[in-house]
Design a protein around this ligand. Structure first.
Ligand SMILES: Nc1nc2c(ncn2[C@@H]2O[C@H](COP(=O)(O)OP(=O)(O)OP(=O)(O)O)[C@@H](O)[C@H]2O)c(=O)[nH]1
Length: 397
């Protein structure tokens, strides 16, 4: 064979060998990359496997058999994952101190009434009558006003009180007796989850109260979920979700005009599935004169109770509405078992006397008071602090 031909054959074989080697190397590189990708994927799946259940489920709720609930789409408004900063709600302890001053204002009729008695002067008939009148303007009501005046007259006369400090002590004692210092005013959140329903006439401050209460519970390290069962007012769900977002609390909401019972049911179901501590349910404002709407409220409670017992039903009453608030209390308690009262707008009314009337009427304690529009302007109702604030204001004025 000619030397040139031999060289050509060797060259060709060499090229083929290089080509095969390159293909093999490329295949190996691809295989390695694919293996690496597969391993990364498996690792990712393994890591995410345990957290999938932490997401609130949006499955359709099981329907109770004897209560027709219209099927509605519900959505869970998770606070945005990338939400940069959450509020740090104020603890109940510090907010109590901050709000104490707001509890009693210098123009508070209750404080004014106390002032006369704190003077230590001899009290004549006219003074006692003025005292009674002032208590009535503070919404204390006829019964409690008469009761308090009688008790005080008796003690002031028998003891011949001339010392302002002694007068203060007697007043403090009698006012506390009237308000009932021993009632359990804690919010019952026991349950798996605890369910707190918030009810009341429109505009009293229900949604605001649910938002503020969520903050109180978050400050106490509770895991909270909100249910926007106020499907009556279009903006209410949005308003509630915004409250939740500020403290990282999700909101379950339905479509506009959805069946409120269905949304409430779904919220408790989602809360249960995700092991939250407390579900707070905001309900639509009721015209307490409309029987149909009030019946619907009873239904919301019954439907929720197919998932979990309702631990607390808080009736929100606007302190500025006076006697009307009392009528509301009466009617609402006929439809749902009210277990506690939230008295809002106490900052704007200073007619704290209504606390006594409402408690007497319902036989349930005022548990929370709203003292402003600020996010943390909700405080546990503490009778001792309330009475001391009244007396201090009286002394200072
Ligand atoms: N000053 C003062 N305003 C309050 C207080 N609580 C609520 N408000 C205000 O009352 C208004 C009505 O409050 P909402 O929470 O929207 O009332 P709602 O009962 O949910 O109303 P509906 O959804 O229409 O039934 C808002 O402007 C609140 O800021 C309070 O304690 N003090």
């Amino acid at each position: 064979m000619d030397l040139t031909i031999i060289l050509l054959i060797v060259l060709a074989l060499g090229l083929v060998a290089v080509g095969v080697g390159a293909v093999a190397a490329r295949r190996q590189a691809i295989a390695t990359r694919e293996r690496a990708e597969l391993e990364a994927k498996q690792a990712e799946q393994a890591a995410s496997g345990g957290t999938a259940t932490a997401e609130p489920s949006t499955e359709a709720p099981e329907r109770p058999t004897d209560e027709p609930v219209v099927e509605e789409e519900s959505v869970v408004d998770e606070p945005a994952v990338a939400a940069p900063e959450l509020d740090t709600p104020e603890t109940p302890r510090t907010r109590l101190q901050r709000l104490r001053a707001r509890l009693a204002r210098s123009d508070n009729p209750l404080s004014k009434a106390m002032l006369t008695l704190l003077s230590g002067k001899q009290l004549d008939e006219e003074t006692w009558e003025d005292f009674e009148d002032t208590l009535l303007t503070a919404d204390l009501g006829v019964g409690p006003t008469t009761q308090l005046t009688e008790r005080l007259r008796q003690r002031f006369t028998v003891d011949g009180v001339t010392d302002p400090e002694q007068a203060r002590n007697i007043l403090r004692e009698e006012l506390l007796t009237l308000i009932g210092p021993d009632s359990d005013r804690s919010i019952n959140t026991a349950g798996e989850p605890g369910v707190v329903m918030v009810v009341g006439v429109n505009g009293t401050g229900k949604t605001t109260t649910v938002g503020k209460l969520a903050r109180v519970l978050v400050a106490e390290d509770a895991d909270v979920l909100l249910g926007a069962a106020d499907t009556f007012r279009a903006a209410a769900a949005e308003q509630l979700a915004t409250w939740g977002e500020r403290v990282g609390v999700p909101t379950v909401r339905g479509e506009e005009a959805a069946d409120p019972a269905s949304v409430a049911f779904e919220a408790v179901k989602v809360g249960k599935e995700n092991g939250v501590d407390v579900v707070l349910i905001d309900t639509a404002g009721r015209l307490h004169t409309k029987t149909g709407l009030m019946d619907e409220l009873g239904k919301v409670k019954r439907v929720i109770e197919r998932q979990a017992p309702v631990s607390e039903v808080l009736l929100v009453i606007d302190a500025t509405t006076g006697q009307n608030g009392l009528t509301q209390a009466r009617i609402f308690s006929e439809v749902v078992d009210v277990t506690g009262v939230v008295l809002t707008k106490l900052d704007g009314s200073a007619k704290g006397g209504i606390i006594v009337q409402i408690q007497n009427e319902l036989g349930v304690p005022v548990k929370l008071v709203g003292l402003g529009e600020g996010a943390d302007d909700l405080a546990p109702f503490d009778p001792e602090m309330f009475v001391d604030a009244l007396l201090d204001t009286a002394k200072a004025s």
